[in-house]
Design a binder for this molecule. Structure first.
Ligand code: WQD
Length: 339
């Protein structure tokens, strides 16, 4: 049984990836510092799969703790690295927190992987590395534009660290550039747990529908799109999780073509904010209270992925629809509200 370490494995995308790894017969060890996740998620993962993943509470900014971890856990076949700070707005307010947490922990992890002969690494990246991309759909050859936030910059720097390191060591790495992750596991036992006021569209929609928020503000309807609202590529978190399994299998089979590869993980389809609201109302039979306000600073008009490279090379493609994502997000929100 292949043994995979998942850092940030109690987080939104991490927990869904742990479930899919276990479903595929991998042994999973979760590392999480619980700074942005709940230990309760561990039992919920176990209740979904019937298998309790091993868990270590570790802050990856503590290199000694990583060394001790690898002394205790031998024969690791690969690492999937989610652990990072990820709030775009907060990164603008606290850049050093983001550079320290996201970059130092990556460097310490890579150094200890080399010491312990661990070669296979999957990196959680983001479409945000493209900045204000010119051409839609975006493919992996699109150049990095100036990052629109320190968060985005940490993803660009992270990819460059991997590319440079993989050139001169045994590291074999794949970076997955996520578009907009949405939804929750069908069991409604795991899902997105935004802290405070949600920045992202879908949790704000579900919190409005369930009554936690009064009204959704739609940030701008004067964009150059059919209905004036901005367009994004919303990918179901379960499809996104499965992409990590496909990428890890590629490395384990040594099918990677170069020592560092990147793939866009999206659906390849874009939906506007008003289309998302309409789809939410239809699939959940809920009327959503919203109003149109001014644009949000830093938002771009349209962003959706060319996923052909991931479809072909990873033998992966998104199977769940926008409505599947919105239905599962709503079911998850209701499970939270009923606590
Ligand atoms: C989606 C659309 C908003 C909230 C972010 C990060 C990106 C990645 C994905 C990490 C936009 C509109 C939103 C609201 C709204 N995360 N909106 N009212 O900004 O596309 O991408 O999440 O990697 O790095 O930047 O996602 O969900 O914030 O916004 O009208 O209350 O919904 O303007 O058009 P975004 P989002």
């Amino acid at each position: 049984m292949k043994r995979i370490v998942v850092t940030g494995g109690l987080g939104f995308i991490g927990s869904h990836t742990v479930v899919e790894l276990q479903n595929e017969g991998f042994e999973v060890i979760i590392i999480d510092d619980l700074s942005n996740s709940s230990i309760e998620v561990l039992d919920r993962i176990t209740s979904i799969t019937g298998i309790a993943p091993a868990f270590e509470k570790i802050d990856l900014k503590n290199q000694g703790a990583i060394q001790n971890f690898f002394k205790k856990h031998q024969k690791i076949d690969g690492i999937i690295h989610f652990a990072a700070s990820k709030a775009v707005g907060e990164s603008v307010e606290k850049p050093l927190k983001y550079y320290h947490n996201n970059i130092s922990s990556l460097i310490y992890l890579l150094e200890e992987m080399a010491v312990n002969g661990i070669e296979h690494f999957i990196f959680s990246s983001s479409c945000t590395v493209y900045g204000k991309a010119d051409k839609m759909p975006i493919n992996e050859s699109a150049p990095f534009k100036t990052a629109t936030s320190p968060y985005g910059n940490t993803k660009q720097i992270g990819e460059e660290i991997l590319a440079d390191t993989a050139k001169v060591t045994d590291l074999r790495a794949i970076s997955l550039r996520y578009f907009n992750p949405i939804g929750a596991h069908e069991s409604a036992k795991i899902g997105e747990l935004p802290i405070g006021v949600p920045q992202n569209l879908i949790p704000f929609i579900t919190q409005t529908a369930v009554g936690v928020r009064d009204q959704l503000s739609v940030f701008g309807n004067d964009y150059d799109t059919p209905d004036g609202t901005a367009i994004r590529d919303y990918i179901h978190v379960v499809d996104l999780a499965k992409a990590h399994i496909s990428a890890m299998k590629r490395l384990l089979k040594h099918s990677n073509k170069t020592s560092f590869e990147v793939f866009n993980i999206g659906t390849g389809k874009g939906y506007s904010v008003l289309e998302v609201i309409k789809a939410f109302e239809e699939v959940n039979n809920e009327k959503l209270n919203y109003k149109i306000v001014g644009r949000r600073e830093g938002d771009v008009t349209t962003y959706y992925a060319d996923t052909s490279y991931a479809n072909d090379e990873l033998d992966w493609q998104a199977e769940l629809s926008l409505k599947d994502g919105l239905a599962s997000a709503w079911k998850w929100q209701q499970s939270l509200f009923n606590k």
